[in-house]
Design a binder for this molecule. Structure first.
Ligand SMILES: [Zn+2]
Length: 169
């Protein structure tokens, strides 16, 4: 499966389409089988994708996580959406959910301190009372998260990737 960000020529609406392969996309696109979920037009191109690439590269196998009070108000994890077998645009409700989630996450992280890869150490220091109890978020490997949980430290994976403050410019 491969997912492309698509954009319709008529309205400039962006949406995602899932395909079996890059050539599946090309043949469906050429045959006019892909239509924009917003306006229904079938003149569709791949959107230029720029964001996230650099971030993913340097996060590698790191999961964005949050601890402490910062996870108040965002207890429900995002529903996993299964890719469909043929080109299907992501439903508007899903995009709406992601947008809401992104806003909720940004709001929740306003009062939380980004600690990057120091997350496991900081979370421990706070848990054991060596540092003030303050909400933090950062990155941790799956092993780190499992160890923290074993120690009884509350860690919650964030639903969306976080751009580290030092990588935003
Ligand atoms: Zn459209």
């Amino acid at each position: 499966m491969i997912v492309f960000d698509l954009i319709c020529r008529d309205g400039g609406h962006q949406f995602e389409g899932w395909f079996g392969s890059s050539s599946d996309y090309e043949s469906q696109q050429a045959a006019g089988l892909i239509d924009c979920p917003t306006c229904g037009c079938t003149a569709v191109d791949k959107a230029v994708m720029a964001p996230n690439v650099a971030m993913k590269a340097n996060q590698r196998n790191q999961t964005p996580v949050v601890s402490g009070e910062a996870n108040d108000g965002l207890s429900a994890p995002a529903e996993k959406v299964k890719p469909a077998a043929k080109a299907v645009a992501v439903p508007a409700e899903y995009q709406e959910l992601v947008t809401k989630l992104a806003k909720a996450q940004a709001k929740m992280l306003e009062k939380s301190e980004w600690v990057g890869g120091n997350f496991p150490e900081k979370a421990r220091a706070i848990h054991y009372g060596e540092e003030n109890d303050t909400p933090i978020h950062g990155t941790a490997s799956e092993d780190d998260v499992a160890e923290l949980e074993d120690e009884g430290i509350d860690v919650m994976p964030l639903p969306l990737p976080v751009t580290p403050p030092d990588a935003q410019n």
